[in-house]
Design a protein around this ligand. Sequence first.
Ligand SMILES: Nc1ncnc2c1ncn2[C@@H]1O[C@H](COP(=O)(O)OP(=O)(O)OP(=O)(O)O)[C@@H](O)[C@H]1O
Ligand SMILES: [Mg+2]
Length: 281
Amino acid sequence: MSMSGNKEQLSADEQIECLRQQLMEAQKMTALGELVSTTTHEFNNVLMTIINYAKIGMRRKDDESRKKAFEKILAAGERAAKITNSVLGMARNRSQSFEPTELETLIEESLVLLEREFAKYRIRVERQFGKVPRVRANGNQIQQVLLNLFINARQAMPKGGRVLLRLEHDAEGDMVNIIVRDSGAGVPPEKLPRIFEPFFSTKSGPDATGKGGTGLGLASCREIIEAHRGRIRVASTLGKGTEFTIKLPVIPIATSSTPSVPAPTISTPPINGAPATPSAD
Ligand SMILES: Nc1ncnc2c1ncn2[C@@H]1O[C@H](COP(=O)(O)OP(=O)(O)OP(=O)(O)O)[C@@H](O)[C@H]1O
Ligand SMILES: [Mg+2]
């Protein structure tokens, strides 16, 4: 490890830093494992729908039933495409770079992966998405944060409930706030200061879906958000629910002296009516 110098031993600080990085790597692997298991389940479910309705369509002779079967197959196929799209997005974005990121899309792509799980646990998702500017973010990492928060929320509501997702622009601080609120069990006040600590967990181990219990989820969320020069805060009321607020810095308007947003070298056709070239408002 040491490149030069006569001391082979790492200082305490270096050791801590090294362990900290290993922890974050471990959380990444856990998150990846959870993602694989979630998407496989989701995919399997979609395939079952397709197979069953294809069978129905073949058995029934009347147009009405066949039409219905085709509709179900189409809907399931479209959902399968959405799921792959989401996973591909995460796989593609393996880089550590920060880019102008649209949070609404990212939130939706994360939700797709948990849609069925939420439905199974009777969790309703409510969206309050205000119009917000793009933030400087690594999409992959923010998605990891969102999945951690969504899974925590789901686990706090074993009998169902509501997840409220809000996006708002804090113009004064030039930040975008992502708010994830659940109507779950809440955190007792004496435990609240500890929830971001690595290995702090009140869960006895992985649940029926194979998730939870390591205590690294929120530690890695904080790590990621702080690397974005953002902030993550929590507020909770026992028996009522918990609210996490993430603040991420808005993309600064590029000037010649701060080329933080590289100009695209190839101009691509506009998608969804968005301008192909970046414009300053
Ligand atoms: N939305 C929430 N509602 C209630 N308690 C929560 C919520 N989010 C986190 N907690 C509490 O904070 C603890 C730490 O959360 P964290 O995500 O770091 O670890 P974990 O979920 O226990 O395990 P994992 O590493 O698998 O995420 C949880 O065990 C739980 O007690
Ligand atoms: Mg967790």
